[in-house]
Design a protein. Structure first.
Ligand code: ATP
Ligand code: MG
Length: 423
């Protein structure tokens, strides 16, 4: 992609109406634009990141046996009446139609999927079943000041599991705990699996929390548990959301006696054992091997895709801009042409074409009227993992290589650049 043709460019000024780091950086760097509070438009760079995160999640859900669907955002209000959540779901948007209809604007999809599952699940042979979607959700949040961390409209992956009994559901629930850890690790996020309340969904749940000073959640956790999440085995697994926590900071961990810590966090995922709550409400049953009717047992599993994007920016940035982990970066290489000499322009074209041919996603700052200083500043702000510079000084057939977040630069041959990307 040539930067001169990119739809959105960077801006120098912080947006006046944003307080969060993720919104400020993503707006300045040209990834998103605010529509109204809590609602953002994704521009070409932003959509590339969102799609990369979605694709990681999609791959992991498919590997876990999930089948992808796309469910409606406008939902039948009668289904919401049936579960009692028309009244009890405090952030539900209700939409009045001019034709005397009223809809729920989907904040979650039990009320859509479970009545539909009644049509297709009839026997134990139809179970287990795992359905998921990646879709826009709507919630009438009271405070939407944290950029992508708290939207009134946001992208979520939600998976729903259907089982013959609780033992089967909990076996899958345990499997999903591992899948979640891996999914977040792939996008660069270290998460702490945290016990929490289940809200209108279930009696308890497990949240995936990222330690971050700007987070809206707070957890009490055992530091040796955090080590275990780094891949080091440990017998200790204590982490609870402070909204329900059975322990306080500085008390002893009930498992290993270490001192418990309290930290601010961002909830990027949440899994719930729904049990029979929604299957009962909609009469979702199956015939067991003896031909007897049994109620289906369910679980649900959410990941905030757009919130994860915001969380990544909150965790990975410096005073110059964003530092994208490679797996979610909009492009892998940011090529900068410093001067307008024929040698530099020819050399830039060659680098651009060869890298593209090799399958490296590359953004080329080919603007002619912009100073080197401005190009470097834009490059740091946008946060693509590798900066490549071509200039008279660097020389013919050579490229200066620098990784975002590191200071070291090295001048190498184009072949070496290609080899590094291959690795
Ligand atoms: P919170 O406690 O932050 O309001 P929640 O617990 O109500 O979120 P869930 O119903 O668990 O949210 O939704 C599943 C996931 O969707 C969350 O773990 C989070 O990552 C994401 N999510 C929920 N609400 C929002 C929102 N308003 N904006 C962006 N992402 C959200
Ligand atoms: Mg939650």
């Amino acid at each position: 992609m040539k930067y001169s043709q990119l739809f959105a460019k960077t801006t120098k000024q912080d947006p006046r109406d944003e307080v969060s780091i993720n919104a400020k950086l993503l707006i300045r760097a040209g990834f998103i634009r605010k529509e109204v509070a809590g609602v953002y438009n994704f521009l070409p760079l932003g959509l590339r990141v969102l799609n990369k995160i979605s694709q990681i999640v999609r791959e992991e859900m498919n590997a876990a046996g999930g089948q992808e669907v796309l469910l409606s955002a406008l939902q039948n209000s009668q289904s919401w009446q049936k579960t009692g959540r028309w009244k009890s779901f405090d952030v539900l948007f209700k939409v009045k139609s001019q034709y005397k209809m009223e809809y729920a604007l989907g904040p979650t999809h039990e009320e859509v999927l479970v009545p539909m599952a009644v049509e297709f699940i009839s026997s134990y042979r139809d179970l287990p079943l795992y359905l998921y979607q990646i879709q826009v959700k709507f919630r009438d949040e009271p405070r939407a000041k944290s950029g992508l961390l708290r939207g009134r409209e946001f992208l979520m992956k939600d998976l729903y599991s259907f089982h013959t009994d609780e033992a089967a559901m909990f076996a899958f629930y345990e499997k999903m705990k591992k899948v979640y850890k891996k999914t977040f690790e792939r996008m660069g996020l270290k998460t702490i699996e945290t016990k929490a309340a289940g809200g209108t969904f279930s009696a308890f749940s497990h949240e995936y929390q990222v330690i971050c000073e700007s987070g809206e959640d707070e957890i009490i956790y055992c530091p040796s548990f955090a080590k275990a999440t780094d891949g080091k085995p440990s017998g200790c697994h204590f982490a609870e959301n402070t909204e329900i926590a059975s322990r306080r900071a500085n008390e002893e961990c009930p498992v290993c006696k270490s001192k418990l810590r309290q930290v601010k966090t961002i909830e990027v995922g949440n899994i719930f054992p729904l049990r029979d709550k929604y299957s009962k409400a909609f009469g979702l049953t199956y015939k067991d091997q003896r031909g007897k009717d049994q109620v289906v047992t369910m679980g649900c599993y959410g990941i905030g895709i757009s919130r994860a994007m915001g969380a990544i920016v909150e965790v990975y940035h410096d005073d110059r801009g964003i530092i994208w982990p490679r797996s979610v970066a909009p492009y892998q290489a940011h090529l900068i042409t410093i001067d307008n000499s024929q040698l530099t322009i020819d050399s830039s074209k060659e680098v651009y074409q060869k890298l593209q041919k090799a399958g490296v996603e590359i953004l080329w700052d080919d603007q002619e009227e912009v100073s080197a200083g401005e190009k470097f500043a834009d490059c740091d702000l946008i946060g693509i993992p590798v900066r490549l510079v071509v200039s008279k000084k660097v020389g013919k057939g050579k490229v200066e290589w620098k990784e975002r977040g590191k200071e070291k630069t090295s001048v190498i041959d184009l072949d070496e650049v290609l080899r590094r990307f291959k690795d």
